[in-house]
Design a protein around this ligand. Structure first.
Ligand code: GDP
Ligand code: GDP
Length: 458
């Protein structure tokens, strides 16, 4: 599967109908009662020559008015987190409703790629609704009729460029497997090659030493460095052989030179870093040992985690540090406290200037990439889950114990797991954290974001 598409929108806009059309089998129920389908479901979709996974978020069957918005939000957010692309459906006949607006807001904040589609748009009764959909601020609406199969070409044209973008990833990803049948997929570790180098971004505050670091890795003075913030001219990406590891490094320092005012420096660096992070598979967050974990560092590290990238933290200018032992303890303590979401990520001390520690940095990058790609078999996972449940039974909110039935790894890059359970919406955050931390330890997966989704069986 090259990518995952989530179909989101309020009940009755036609999500299941579209899902069925894309999947081609009647996997999801369709009914004109709002939200007859339960919870999220996945299918293997085809659209022209595109193959992808589609997630249907219909699933608000017994929502009372009061809880509807909250449940819809949670369900949608879960789908968004599982998906690469979101297709937001509105009912063109009904026009844009306040609930649609709410969805648009969630999606604008949370999703990386969103398309809006005006469904039920066969015939002229839908024209007004299509025009209203422009107002959602999510780009040009795709005119669809899921029921009649109209507009599928436009959907194809919208998805095609993204499919290309994800194609590289797809080639490296596991062969087509359904989430429930990956028993015989071994812990596949994909190795970067010359034609598919590992994509690395070096991000960090101005003057952290990014250019110096990249220069040192390159072994030649291809980049300008200097004491002023952002002296480097242009955003660059260079492919190198880093001690046997084919790597493409992104550094977008060039944008920083436009920044003159202090607050602008921060703003530009972050958006700058964002671009680099989007390109990258592994993100090196470079800190200045003298001023580590500043607000800006935390933001970029958090961003890398949220974008699902493997993260390696490198503390630079270690050559000028006197109290190395004490400093390292302080750094580790600060790291755990300030970036709990990156628990277990490697912290490597380096000197970009002298080159010390760069071998360890290289090894950490390679390891982080391997972990990010790791696939655990369902059999292994469920043996592990049994032990976790015994050690710490799940909570029983309101006297009813949540049952965790089984789990499976739905994706890699970063690893994403799905736990089938009763009352997924009642699962406390602390228990999810227990499982995520357990996964890290049980399967040696430090330094990668781990996505865990609770799903009720449907
Ligand atoms: P969901 O709740 O968003 O999953 O919506 P469904 O897929 O269950 O569809 C709700 C209703 O809208 C059903 O009666 C469908 O037959 C109908 N519907 C779906 N797509 C279209 C369409 O393109 N045109 C028209 N006119 N009706 C549609
Ligand atoms: P960038 O803005 O992050 O690209 O930072 P630069 O690479 O331009 O480095 C900023 C300043 O820090 C320059 O004066 C570098 O010489 C200095 N610098 C970079 N790395 C080190 C290091 O490992 N040790 C020391 N002492 N200085 C460094």
């Amino acid at each position: 599967m090259s990518f995952t598409l989530a179909i989101v929108g309020r009940p009755n806009v036609g999500k299941s109908t579209l899902f069925n059309r894309l999947v081609g089998k009647r996997l999801a129920l369709v009914d004109n009662q709002p939200g007859v389908t339960r919870d999220l479901r996945e299918g293997a979709a085809r659209l022209g020559d595109l193959r992808f996974t589609v997630i249907d978020t219909a699933g608000l069957e017994d929502a009372t008015d009061n809880s509807l918005q909250g449940r819809m939000r949670r369900l949608t957010e879960r789908a968004v987190d599982m998906a690469d692309v979101c297709l937001f459906l509105i009912d063109a006949r009904a026009g844009v409703t306040p609930i649609d607006e709410l969805f648009a807001e969630i999606l604008r904040k949370r999703a990386t790629h969103v398309f809006v589609a005006a469904n039920k748009s066969e015939g002229s009764a839908a024209d007004a609704g299509v025009i209203e959909a422009y107002g959602l601020g999510l780009g040009e609406p795709i005119r669809l009729s899921a029921e009649h199969g109209e507009g599928m070409n436009d959907l194809y044209s919208a998805l095609m460029p993204l499919a290309d973008q994800f194609a590289r990833r797809a080639e490296q990803d596991a062969p087509e497997t359904d989430v429930s049948v990956d028993e015989d997929v071994e812990d596949a570790v994909r190795k970067p090659t010359k034609s598919k180098p590992l994509q690395v971004a070096v991000v960090g505050r101005p003057n952290a030493g990014k250019s110096t670091l990249i220069n040192k890795i390159l072994g030649e003075d291809r980049l300008l460095t200097g004491p002023e913030a952002g002296i480097t001219r242009d955003a660059i990406s260079l492919q190198i052989d880093w001690d046997g590891l084919p790597v493409r490094i992104f550094d977008t320092a060039g944008m920083r030179k436009k920044a003159k005012v202090q607050d602008k420096v921060e703003k530009l660096s972050v958006s700058d870093g964002l671009r680099a992070v989007k390109f990258a598979e592994v993100v090196i967050v470079l800190l200045d040992a003298a001023i580590p974990f500043e607000q800006q560092d935390l933001r970029i590290a958090d961003l890398a985690e949220r974008e699902g990238r493997a993260v390696v933290v490198a503390v630079n200018k270690w050559d000028i540090e006197d109290e190395k032992q004490q400093k390292l303890r302080d750094l580790k303590e600060a790291f755990e406290r300030l970036l709990p979401q990156l628990r277990g990520a490697p912290l490597i001390t380096v000197s970009a200037k002298t080159g010390r520690g760069l071998d360890r940095l290289q090894a950490a990058v390679e390891k982080a990439y391997d972990v990010w790609n790791r696939r655990v078999t369902t059999a292994q996972l469920n043996r592990w889950l049994t032990g976790m449940l015994e050690a710490h039974p799940p909570p029983a909110p309101g006297g009813k114990r949540i049952k965790l039935r089984y789990m499976t790894q739905a994706k890699t890059r970063p690893p994403g797991f799905v736990v089938m359970c009763s009352h997924p919406d009642k699962m406390p955050e602390s228990y999810s954290r227990y499982l995520v931390n357990g996964l890290r330890e049980g399967f040696d997966m430090p330094g990668t974001p781990i996505r865990l989704t609770m799903r009720s069986q449907s």
